[in-house]
Each structure stands twice: as C-alpha cells, then as structure tokens.
Design a protein around this ligand. Structure first.
Ligand SMILES: NC(=O)c1ccc[n+]([C@@H]2O[C@H](COP(=O)([O-])OP(=O)(O)OC[C@H]3O[C@@H](n4cnc5c(N)ncnc54)[C@H](OP(=O)(O)O)[C@@H]3O)[C@@H](O)[C@H]2O)c1
Length: 255
C-alpha cells in the first residue's frame, strides 16, 4: 500500500512516549518530516534523535508545548510551518486521565483539566492547523479518541466522556473542513503505555485472555492505523472513528 506521505509534514502531540512516539516513528518511516511535541523538551530531543537515527532522510523538529496553552500551541504550529513550509498531517494524540473514580465524586479542577487536554486541545490545535496551513494546502487530521468513548467503564467515566466528545468533534470538523481536509479518529482499546498502566499492569494475562485477539495493544498497533488514515489510501474517508482494540467491543454480551 502506498501512503503518499513522502515529503509531507506531520505534527504529533504527546509524542514523547507511547502511542504518539510510535506514530511519529511510523510516519517518518513513510518519509514524512515530523514535528514531535509534548511538555518535556528533553524527552522530545531523545525521541527526535531516535527518529533521525532510524530515518536519516526526513526532517525532524522537537518542540515542547503544553497542549492546553494557547500561546505554546500557536508557537509550535508556527515553528512547524516555518521549518517545513506547511503542515499536512496533525495527530491530536496528547491525553490525560487525572482522576479515577465515580462521576459522583469528581471535582471541578480534575474535570476541567481532563477537558482542557483531551477535548478542547483537539479544537485548538485543529484550528491552528487549519488557519496556518491546511485551509490553503489541504491535509489530514487524526484524533486519538478511545473505545471508552463508546461504552461505559468503572473509574474513568469522565475521561471517557471527553473521548466521546472527540468522536463527535471528529464528525463535526470533518464536515466543516471538507473537502480540503479529512478528519478521522482512532479509538484504541487497552494499549500498554504509561497512561493506562494502572489498568493493565497487574492483570495483563486475564485481560488478554478475554480479548478475541488474545493480547493487549502495543503503541505500533495504533501507529499503523494512523499512517493509514493520514495517507492517500484513505483519501475518500472522513468523519470516521476506526476502532483498534483487539476486538474488545465486539465481545459477546453476557448471556
Ligand atoms: N493506552 C491506552 O490504553 C489508550 C487507550 C485509548 C486511548 N488512549 C489515548 O492515546 C493517547 C496517547 O496516550 P498513551 O497511552 O500513549 O499515553 P502516554 O504513553 O502516557 O503518553 C501521553 C503523551 O501525552 C503527553 N502529554 C500529556 N499531557 C500533556 C499536555 N498537557 N500537553 C502536551 N502533552 C501532554 C505526554 O508527554 P509529556 O509528559 O512529555 O507532556 C506523552 O507524550 C491519549 O490521548 C490517550 O487518551 C490510550
């Protein structure tokens, strides 16, 4: 499958580790220049060095930004456009889950933080990509949602509500930014990253056994889906959420 990503420029938020890092590496492997962003410059510099070693022919820019800080977000997108001339792919991947517990007990600060990073940042970074490059040159936006945005779960109900919002924002942006920009989402199931460690570390075998495909996700499982959605093979696809979850949400209901 040809992706057509060679020479394109992709910006990935939350790229210092986990799904974001794997996605940046996978896009670079397809020949895209990559801009990696998260809050920690040191971690990003290490990721950039890894990408340069693996893909010496692509451009790499490491630029720290808190996704919820409007000035830092604008500076990051501006730096990407200044360095590479345009922005073709935006992966809104940064995410947080600061509260575990029932909705009945979440406080306003934890709720606001979850919305700021998981939900409003998707709006803000997509606006920036549109106004500073994609309105003129076109492009693709990929939002990292979650299967949790489609089902109920104990403990992470508020996080999941922000992911449900991301699925709807994906549909709305797809309509508003068409036909120049395609906007799609990925809904990962449980992937072995730092963010989800508390959900899988002590229970991995049992969770894997309950999944149709018999294993938890790796960051690369999501990265491969992102490459597909970013590339030319997905050129007639917009507004959709691709579930990549080892089969978790198609398991039979309890009889
Ligand atoms: N792992 C799963 O099971 C799973 C399932 C469904 C969906 N997801 C989603 O997948 C995405 C990636 O998560 P992950 O599992 O790969 O987690 P991870 O390994 O913990 O990575 C999270 C990334 O987000 C960055 N980040 C966190 N807060 C940020 C902020 N305020 N501003 C900028 N960057 C920030 C972190 O970097 P810094 O600390 O350097 O800022 C890090 O690079 C998230 O949207 C998550 O909700 C994950």
């Amino acid at each position: 499958m040809r992706t057509g990503l060679e020479g394109k420029t992709a910006l990935v938020t939350g790229a210092s580790r986990g799904i974001g890092k794997a996605t940046a590496l996978a896009l670079a492997a397809e020949g895209a220049n990559v801009v990696v962003s998260s809050r920690k410059q040191d971690a990003l510099d290490a990721v950039a060095a890894e990408i340069r070693a693996a893909c010496p022919d692509v451009g790499v820019l490491a630029r720290a930004a808190h996704v919820g800080d409007a000035d830092q977000a604008a500076a990051c997108v501006d730096a990407a456009v200044a360095e590479f001339g345009r922005l073709d792919v935006l992966v809104n991947n940064a995410g947080t889950s600061p509260y575990f517990g029932p909705l009945a007990d979440i406080d306003a600060a934890a709720a606001a933080k979850t919305v700021q990073v998981n939900q409003y940042a998707v709006v803000e970074w997509t606006q920036l990509a549109w106004h500073r490059s994609m309105r003129e040159h076109g492009g693709a936006v990929i939002n990292i949602a979650s299967v949790g945005g489609m089902v109920t779960e104990h403990g992470i109900g508020y996080y999941n509500a922000t992911k449900a919002a991301v699925i709807h924002l994906t549909r709305q942006f797809a309509v508003e930014l068409a036909p120049r920009v395609r906007v799609n989402a990925i809904a990962p199931g449980l992937v072995k990253t730092a963010l989800a460690r508390a959900l899988w570390e002590e229970n991995e075998e049992a969770i894997a056994e309950a999944l149709p495909l018999g294993r938890l996700g790796e960051p690369e499982d999501i990265a491969h889906a992102a490459v597909f959605l970013a590339g030319s093979a997905a050129s007639w696809l917009t507004g959709q959420t691709l579930v990549v979850d080892g089969g978790s949400i198609v398991r039979p209901a309890i009889a």
